[in-house]
Design a protein around this ligand. Structure first.
Ligand code: BG6
Length: 456
């Protein structure tokens, strides 16, 4: 069982860090199959973790980590989506054993943005109910292979993002109206798959803990104008409660449900789903947090078609917050207090323990004299960890904190220029070089922080 002391960690995700493209039986994933614009790194080599794994775990140990949050590459474990790939399983067995030897709790997520492309080609991926059993079969393979040693698990990483990002979920539907409907249907299938997975987990890893990893939304109304307050409430329902209410209570918020029905977007369901959804509660919630979001009501005839799909409705839109410091890559601003505010809200609604699974600052670090001085990242991490300390000191159940990311990796959409790592990876978007590892100043700062422990 997990130790009760605060866990200090760092995070990665498989397709962003591993590389090992189609090696040792790995199948093509949606992340491999997408077209990346010229000049932007793809996932073929990424940070080459597949070939640097032992070195990477040694760096984690030296850093003092007590938990490593990573993801299994669905397409490495189930290359064609149906049959387990033993060589892929072997790779994760080695990774898990390396972590355990280093006294690091392995904390995998089952689904972090990539999936076998074969499932998309065969039946449209999550658009089809068939995808649910493929996911559960994959989860079963993982629980059986790793459940003896792995006791802390994430189900789906950021359902908000993955149900919307067509380059990662493989939904290339041309008709805009149908695509919106698909998004809600796909998300519903993911929720069902999550619940069936938890049901299976209880049997196969009875002493383990499992839960969703959310993209935590900390929503501020742009002003006290009542229409903006209502818009912010709607945004909370559409960007967060619809996922977490489903994960925890097995239902959608009422206003959300009604709006989807009115638009013809409400997913197709089956009567027996209700029980599956309301049973099978998770044990914990993973919190990914980068920044808060400012929301306002729409102006008359305002065009929302260029915004991400989850903002394409008449109920709310993106505002801007003049009080936050913005940077090139952190365009919504930097808001450490938002982490505290958001976790408080989540706790009061769901009453489950939480763990920060992602939090970090993107910057185009430059290697000078073989060193990276990144005081901006130290400031960011330090300010956000302080908010965790505040939260813990008030008695809230926060299990740990994982910085995003352990090492530089391919950003979800912006290649290798956008770096989050505590460890620099020496490559560029166009030249993969040797992917040499160089700890940044923030790595040494975090090492000291971990040694000193939580402040009261
Ligand atoms: C989270 C994801 O959305 O944010 C990560 O879980 C992602 O996979 C991270 O990398 C940062 O986003 P981006 O787009 O800058 O890579």
């Amino acid at each position: 069982m997990r130790e009760k002391q605060f866990l200090w960690g760092a995070s990665t995700s498989a397709f962003q860090v591993e590389g090992g493209y189609q090696e040792d039986g790995k199948g093509l994933s949606t992340a491999d199959a997408r077209t990346v614009p010229p000049g932007i790194a793809d996932a073929k080599v990424a940070a080459d973790h597949y070939h640097h794994m032992v070195e990477d775990v040694a760096l984690m140990k030296e850093l003092g980590l007590t938990i490593y949050r990573f993801s299994f590459n669905w397409s490495r474990i189930m290359g064609d989506g149906f049959e387990p790939n033993q060589q892929g399983i072997d790779f994760y067995n080695q990774l898990i054993d390396e972590c355990l030897r280093a006294d690091i709790v392995p904390f995998p997520t089952l689904y972090h943005f990539e999936m076998p492309q074969a499932l998309v080609d065969k039946f449209g991926g999550w658009k089809s109910r068939e995808c649910i059993s493929c996911f559960v079969d994959y989860a079963k393979v993982c629980f059986e292979a790793f459940g003896d040693r792995v006791k802390m698990w994430g189900t789906i990483n950021e359902q908000l993002i993955v149900s919307a990002a067509s380059d990662l979920n493989g939904n290339h539907e041309k008709d805009a109206a149908q695509k919106m409907k698909d998004m809600y249907q796909m998300s519903y299938h993911m929720s069902l798959a999550e619940k069936l997975t938890i049901q299976l987990f209880r049997k196969l890893v009875p002493e383990g803990e499992i839960g969703p990893i959310c993209s935590m939304q900390v929503v501020y109304p742009e002003s006290p104008l009542p229409a903006n307050i209502l818009a912010a409430k709607n945004a909370e329902d559409f960007l967060q409660h619809c996922f977490l209410d489903m994960s925890v209570f097995g239902r959608y918020p009422q206003a959300y449900r009604r709006y989807l029905e009115k638009k013809g977007w409400y997913p197709e369901t089956q009567p027996e789903d209700v029980k599956t959804l309301t049973d099978n509660k998770p044990d914990l919630i993973g919190i990914n947090y980068y920044c808060s979001t400012c929301i306002r009501a729409l102006k008359p005839n305002e065009d929302t078609s260029k915004l991400p799909p989850f903002y394409r409705n008449e109920l709310f839109t993106l505002g801007s917050n003049p009080y936050l410091k913005k940077t090139k890559w952190m365009e919504f601003g930097i808001d450490p207090e938002g982490l505290y505010i958001g976790m408080r809200d989540i706790y009061e609604r769901y009453h489950l323990p939480m763990i920060v699974t992602e939090n970090g600052l993107a910057y185009s670090d430059e290697l000078i004299d073989d060193q990276i001085h990144d005081p901006y990242r130290i400031d960011y991490l330090s300010a956000h960890i302080s908010q965790c300390e505040r939260f813990v000191s008030e008695g809230y159940p926060l299990l740990g904190y994982c910085a995003w990311s352990l090492l530089d990796l391919v950003s979800s959409h912006q290649g290798f220029k956008k770096r989050y790592g505590l460890i620099y990876v020496d490559r560029t978007d166009e030249d993969v070089k040797q992917c040499r590892r160089i700890p940044k100043d923030s790595y040494y700062w975090y090492q000291t922080k971990i040694r000193d422990g939580l402040k009261d």
